[in-house]
Design a protein around this ligand. Structure first.
Ligand code: M6R
Length: 607
């Protein structure tokens, strides 16, 4: 995973690199480092943990130089330590790397035979050692980097800096994104355009297999066949200001609280008033001909897709398959002609989702993506992009992106349903009215925070929690469990309520609270029966339903959360709020690092 940056500047590089790395911390925060060339001399600083540790180190031990590269790490090969932190250096070359060098074991063996030994546990060290070796054979820095890259398999974005070269950075991308930024007499590189937003809005996206030799005055890009190509400079409209917490203790708290606003913006971007209709960006979709959809995503985005399956099937009568991206392409699923595939990803950079998209593209599928980051790799490789319009999501635990993903998916389902006439105009308008009420009803759900905070205070002392839901509440049960485990480190599982009796009910005792998500819908009675089975075994129930649901079934629960009355259609979006608040306040009680929980990264750019 990891984020990489580079600067060939007019001023000191270190502050620019650190600021750019701050913007890439969503890619990992196990360690960080920078290397510079100052009057020809290569130097570097590295620190374990978050970027702030590197900043502190630089205060006491500054580093000079107007050319430099930087890295923020999410450990893959080798634990977080200074030794394993990037930039890696061997002799006259330093390298930062995002991705995985899959053949590093073979390269290591080959280098060992040449009596070149490893000092770190990383795959990346193979890159610097090989380059050092090629330099010792008389190759120029650019030739040595190119020859090294020709020996690598796997996914990577790489930036090389060389001793004695104040005006040279060599970069390459294969499988991991990389951009070049154009400043006034300065050139930058970064894992994404956001990293460079404080420096420039003039961005060149490198293509798969590109190799570039960069100096302040000249950038030479070669494509994967070694042919010199011209990659255009685009003006990217990115806010340069880094999002702030607006007075909240955590980004996650802010992102939960702003959902009425973010959903209003999402809806505004897709709804046309008078007559009310859903307007999609220009596309070649033949909506009436869509019989089936393949949906692929990871984590929270996967649960959004799984929820949408219920809408697409029930309302639009479209068959839907939903796959976890990491399991998709290695199964080599046959792709039928005219397949439409939907990829859901907040970041638009998730490596597994991107790889699945490319598999689908190579089989000529029509690609729709639902992303938050508009210039992302997934967006750029799609036929139709449906943006979330919720602004940057910084908290590692996805919240406002989830409710917006659900909303956009609901809109797409309705649009198809209308085109296929599986619903009447009246039903269509009724569904749209329900969506338009989302900001208001989500605001009401947010008012439940004090009660949820109390429950979370109790929950924090348990080691295991089970979440149950039926129908469209089943994916939400899994999402609730994911939220809780990722930020509070409490073991949690989401199950379909009806499945509990087929095994997991053996887990139930007083020490395992069970969160039951049971809006008063067509499956309410069945959910209540399943809940009774848990109660009969001394299970502690946290029941989430509306007032009338709780009146009927709340008796005997350990705790209850009284939700507003909502329609069956929008319930998964609104019931997401107590899932988020429960996880957030449990994590607060436990004192974990809510925005940057251990072992995680916001965007997972390795397979
Ligand atoms: O950027 P993406 O939506 O593709 O990310 C997918 C998952 O990595 C992400 O949803 C992850 O599960 C979140 N941390 C969940 O809160």
């Amino acid at each position: 995973m990891c984020g990489i940056v580079g600067v060939l500047g007019k001023h000191e590089a270190a502050p620019l690199l650190v600021e750019a790395l701050k913007r890439l911390e969503y890619r990992g925060y196990d360690s960080a480092g920078i290397a510079t060339v100052n009057e020809g001399k290569l130097d570097r600083r590295r620190a374990v943990g978050k970027l702030v540790n590197l900043s502190d180190l630089l205060v006491h031990n500054p580093i000079a130089g107007k050319s430099g590269i930087g890295h923020t790490r999410w450990a893959t090969h080798g634990g977080p330590s200074v030794k394993n932190a990037h930039p890696h250096q061997a002799g006259d070359v330093a390298v930062v790397h995002n991705g995985i060098i899959e053949n590093f074991m073979n390269l290591r063996a080959e280098l060992n035979e040449k009596n070149i030994n490893y000092e770190t546990d990383t795959d990346t060290e193979a890159v610097v050692l090989l380059t050092k070796y090629f330099l010792s054979q008389g190759l120029s820095p650019t030739e040595a980097a190119k020859k090294t890259i020709s020996r690598l398999t796997g996914a990577f974005a790489l930036a090389f800096l060389f001793q004695g070269e104040d005006d040279l950075i060599v970069v390459a991308r294969q499988g991991s994104p990389l951009v070049i930024g154009h400043g006034d007499g300065e050139i930058y590189v970064g894992s994404d355009a956001i990293a460079l937003a404080h420096l420039t809005n003039k961005i060149t996206y490198l293509n798969e297999g590109d190799f570039a030799q960069i100096s302040r005055k000249k950038i030479q890009v070669e494509d994967k066949n070694g042919i010199i190509v011209n990659r255009k400079i685009q003006n990217i409209n990115l806010k340069s200001a880094k999002a702030d917490k607006a007075g909240y203790k955590h980004f996650m708290a802010k992102e939960i609280a702003e959902q009425p606003l973010t959903l209003a913006t999402t809806l505004e971007n897709y709804l046309h008033e008078d007559p009310c209709d859903i307007i999609l960006p220009k596309n070649n979709l033949k909506l009436t001909q869509i019989e089936s959809l393949t949906m692929v995503a990871c984590g929270t985005a996967f649960y959004a897709a799984l929820t949408a399956k219920y809408w697409f099937e029930k309302i639009a009568r479209v068959r839907v398959e939903v796959d976890v991206a990491s399991e998709f392409r290695y199964r080599e699923p046959p792709i039928l002609k005219e397949t439409t595939a939907v990829f859901v990803s907040q970041s638009g950079e998730t490596a597994d989702t991107l790889a699945a998209l490319r598999y689908m593209s190579s089989h000529n599928a029509n690609i729709i993506s639902i992303v938050n980051v508009i210039g992302s790799s997934i967006a750029r490789e799609s036929n139709l992009v449906l943006p979330l319009h919720v602004g940057a999501e910084i908290g590692v635990a996805s919240t406002k992106a989830f409710t917006a993903q659900l909303t956009v998916l609901a809109l797409l389902a309705l649009k198809i349903a209308k085109a296929k006439a599986t619903i009447t105009e009246n039903q269509y308008q009724k569904f749209l009215d329900e969506l338009k009420r989302l900001p208001e009803v989500i605001s009401q759900a947010l008012c439940l925070e004090p009660n949820i905070q109390k429950i979370a205070g109790e929950l924090a002392s348990y080691n295991d929690v089970i979440f149950l839901g039926r129908g469209a509440m089943y994916p939400l049960a899994m999402e609730g469990a994911l939220k809780l485990k990722e930020i509070s480190y409490i073991h949690a599982e989401g199950y379909p309520s009806g499945e509990l009796k087929h095994g997991p009910i053996a887990l139930i005792d007083k020490k395992v609270p069970v969160v039951v998500i049971a809006p008063k819908d067509t499956l309410f009675d069945k959910s209540v029966s399943n809940m009774q089975e848990v109660m009969a075994r001394s299970g502690k129930i946290i029941l989430i339903s509306c007032e009338s649901g709780l009146e009927l079934a709340g008796h005997g629960s350990w705790a209850t959360i009284t939700m507003p009355d909502v329609s069956e259609f929008t319930a998964p979006i609104i019931y997401a709020v107590p899932m988020q608040l429960l996880a957030y306040h449990t994590a607060l009680s436990k004192g974990t690092d809510v925005d940057q929980p251990r072992n995680l990264a916001k965007s997972v750019t390795v397979e």
